[in-house]
Design a protein around this ligand. Structure first.
Ligand SMILES: Cc1cc2nc3c(=O)[nH]c(=O)nc-3n(C[C@H](O)[C@H](O)[C@H](O)COP(=O)(O)O)c2cc1C
Length: 156
């Protein structure tokens, strides 16, 4: 089974988590982006504005990735403003039709509120079918590498 771990990351935490999952299950990893530099404080403020104003719609996958070559896709996305970030949603909107049937969501968040289950599951509307599974991982004051490894083990 060929698996791709796709992630958006602003400060590299989701990248670290998705690369850890990819290493454990022997998957490829690639980044998706809206093409904006969102680093630093100004990048954070820009991300807040873009989320509130709902201006994020562009997205692309870096590198030579053909989604049709994969049997399983694991999509990593940070929480922005109490839900999976708009860039992740834009990815689903744009590429759902060429994504493999087996899609998982890995959602990272800083706060201790851990129940994004309903909002994550709601992304299935964009996917156009039921996802295969989901996990949300707290990245602050938590061993997120261990937690992502535990999730990865369920997929081996
Ligand atoms: C614009 C913005 C909004 C955010 N909103 C939330 C939030 O509502 N709840 C939360 O727990 N974390 C929130 N975060 C924190 C990120 O979800 C968290 O730091 C995540 O692990 C970042 O992943 P990254 O390093 O891969 O970008 C927000 C971050 C940004 C940039």
């Amino acid at each position: 089974m060929r698996t791709l771990c796709l992630y958006y990351t602003r400060t590299n935490t989701t990248k670290e988590i998705m690369e850890n999952i990819a290493r454990i299950i022997g998957a490829d990893a690639a980044e998706y982006t809206d093409g904006k530099n969102r680093s630093g404080f100004l990048g954070y403020v820009g991300a807040c504005f873009a989320t509130v104003k709902n201006t994020i719609s562009k997205v692309s996958i870096k590198g030579e990735i053909n989604l049709k070559e994969y049997d399983r896709l694991i999509i990593g996305m940070p929480v922005w403003a109490e839900g999976p970030c708009a860039i992740g949603k834009a990815l689903l909107k744009k590429y759902a039709s060429v994504m493999p049937s087996e899609v998982y969501y890995v959602v990272t968040h800083m706060g201790d509120k851990n129940d994004y289950t309903a909002k994550i599951k709601a992304m299935d509307k964009l996917l156009g079918r039921p996802s295969a599974g989901q996990v949300s991982i707290r990245t602050k004051e938590n061993d997120y590498i261990k937690e992502s490894a535990a999730f990865a083990e369920t997929l081996v």
